[in-house]
Design a binder for this molecule. Structure first.
Ligand code: NAD
Ligand code: WQD
Length: 338
């Protein structure tokens, strides 16, 4: 059985669908700090399965011990983390405890039960400011511009040191670029609590009338249209990358790194304009000052994951933006509107 820690969240729930599609037996572990157990009703509609889950925190060693003693766990896909950049700058200790100490506790219990396969949700933020795009896995990591990103870098380094020190670990560090979109069914998607930090949820909330207008952070970057460029990828393609990484790791030992990005860069204005065109609606906007810590442009070199894991992008930008809107318009209040 595969333990999906943080499996009730945005990327985790989409990954549950793909794992089931590929025949894996799964157990979700989540403390629901940023998700709702209502997601399991939606997952049942998509997969026709009742996915078992436990309400446990990765910082709770006794809780983890009971899970690993009860279930026959073969590998862990580890999504369980806090991810709000602004909050991480205000409350670093909360991020150290949840993301770093929580992962350490999870690893300790895994080791005790001889479970040594882990797929970890890392981020392109670990490349920092020093590297030019396209980012390659062989580049030296830099210093992330925020505390959230710093926790990802620390956990990557913890996992690398663990692998160097002890035999038998099998770890994948997946460095995500900018996941957006939702399941094509419109049944699961992303619904951030409070004011969205990320671009796409903000755009869809303006489009659905929950927010007045989009603020575009910075129009004077050294990019084609002056707005910042990112590598957006469909969350279902990202979910598939986890299945491929899991298959690979079940047959290998060691710690390996894969970028998960398409290799294409789109600007904020590209996103707004394409969203309007694909969905036939208007998104009022204004260009405001740059957001602190933002880089002008970054995108992946995705050749390693393509060559080594056979990952292929199934969805293009139009699909990502159509699916984001399909989810938002049918679920203006996320799972609460069910
Ligand atoms: P999410 O918040 O939707 O999902 C994370 C899940 O983990 C939530 O269900 C949350 O309740 C759970 N969780 C958090 N702390 C926990 C704890 N201590 N114990 C148990 N469960 C806990 O976020 P997401 O967008 O699905 O991201 C999943 C992972 O991918 C995170 O680790 C995130 O940092 C990483 N990541 C996300 C992005 C992105 O843009 N969304 C980019 C790079 C990396
Ligand atoms: C994308 C672009 C903004 C909101 C962050 C984390 C990273 C990863 C993904 C996850 C930027 C602009 C945004 C808005 C805007 N994390 N923007 N108006 O900053 O590339 O990456 O999320 O867990 O680690 O740092 O993503 O979606 O916040 O921003 O103009 O209201 O959209 O300035 O250029 P980012 P984002």
């Amino acid at each position: 059985m595969i333990l999906v820690a943080g499996g009730a969240g945005y990327i985790g729930s989409h990954t549950c669908v793909e794992l089931i599609k590929h025949g894996y037996e799964i157990l979700v572990l989540d403390n629901f700090s940023n998700s709702s157990a209502k997601v399991f009703d939606r997952l049942k509609k998509i997969t026709d399965q009742d996915i078992p889950y436990v309400d446990v925190d990765i910082c709770d060693e006794a809780g983890l011990e009971s899970v690993f003693s009860t279930y026959d766990i073969q590998a862990v896909i580890h999504f369980a983390g806090l991810k709000a950049v602004g909050e991480s700058m205000l409350n670093p200790l909360v991020y150290f405890e949840n993301n770093i100490a929580g992962t350490s506790t999870l690893l300790k219990v895994m080791k005790r039960h001889t479970v040594k396969h882990m797929i970890f949700s890392s981020s392109a933020t670990v490349y920092g400011e020093i590297n030019p795009s396209p980012y390659q896995e062989s580049m030296q990591t830099g210093m992330p511009t925020n505390t959230y990103g710093y926790t990802k870098l620390v956990v990557e380094q913890m996992l690398q040191k663990l692998d160097q020190a002890e035999e038998g670990w099998s770890i994948a560090l997946l460095r995500y670029f900018n996941p957006i979109g939702a399941h094509p069914s419109g049944l699961i998607g992303e619904h951030p609590k409070g004011i969205p930090n990320n671009l796409l949820p903000y755009v869809t909330q303006v489009a659905v009338g929950l927010r007045e207008k989009l603020s575009i952070f910075g129009g004077d970057y050294d990019t084609a249209d002056g707005t910042a460029v990112r590598d957006y990828l469909h969350v279902v393609d990202l979910a598939v990358a986890h299945v491929l990484a899991l298959k690979n790791r079940l047959d290998h030992t060691g710690c390996d790194i894969w970028n998960v990005g398409t290799g294409n860069g789109y600007s904020v204005l590209d996103i707004k304009n394409t969203f309007e065109q694909v969905n036939q609606l208007q998104v009022p906007f204004e260009i405001v000052a740059r957001r602190e810590g933002d880089l002008a442009s970054f995108y992946a070199d995705s050749s390693k994951i393509q060559n080594e894991l056979g990952w292929e992008v199934q969805y293009q930008l139009d699909d990502m933006l159509a699916h984001s809107w399909n989810w938002q318009k049918n679920n203006p209040n996320g799972y609460e509107s069910a």
